[in-house]
Design a protein. Sequence first.
Length: 180
Amino acid sequence: MASFNIFRFRTSISAFIVLIFISSHSVLSFGSQDTDLLGQKPTAYEILRDYNFPVGLLPKGVVGYALDTSTGNFSAFLNGTCSFSLDGSYQLRYGSTIKGYISRGKLSSLEGVSVKLFFMWVDIIEVSRSGDDLQFSVGIAGAGFPVDNFAECPQCGCGVNCGNDMKVIKLRTSPFVSSS
C-alpha cells in the first residue's frame, strides 16, 4: 500500500512538472503562432496581412518577430536600424526593434518608427486602416495614404526605388494635418 501511494505521488509530481513546462513554454514562446499546412511559422509580413495591413508597412529584411495573440503585443526585429526616403517626400527611420499592439486594422502604441517632418524626427505612434486608406498618427498630427502605396516592402537605404528597374512611385497623400 505504501509503494502504491509513493507511485501515485511520483506520478502526480511528474504530471505537475509537465503541466508547468507546458504552461511556461506557451508563455515563453511569445512569438509562437499557428503554423501553416507545411508546419512553418508565418512571416511578419503574413501576420500583417492577417490583420488587414499591407506588407509594405515593414521594410525588407525583418529577421524575426514575436506576437502574443491574446494581447496583440508584437515586436518585429531588423538586423539594425533602417532609413530611406519615399520618392523624396518623406524620410522614414525604423529602429532595430519595432514594437506595439496589433489588432484588425489598427497598430497602436508604436515604438521604433519615425518620420522626418520639416527638420525634426517624430515618432509614428499609430496606424489605422479605414477601407482603402491608412491613417498615420504622430500624436497631434496625422496623414492619410491609400493602402496601395504600401503593396511593396521598401528597402533600407533606397526605399522602393531600388535596383535596375528604378520604379518611380509617387505617394498619393493627404498631408500631415491637425487631428482636431
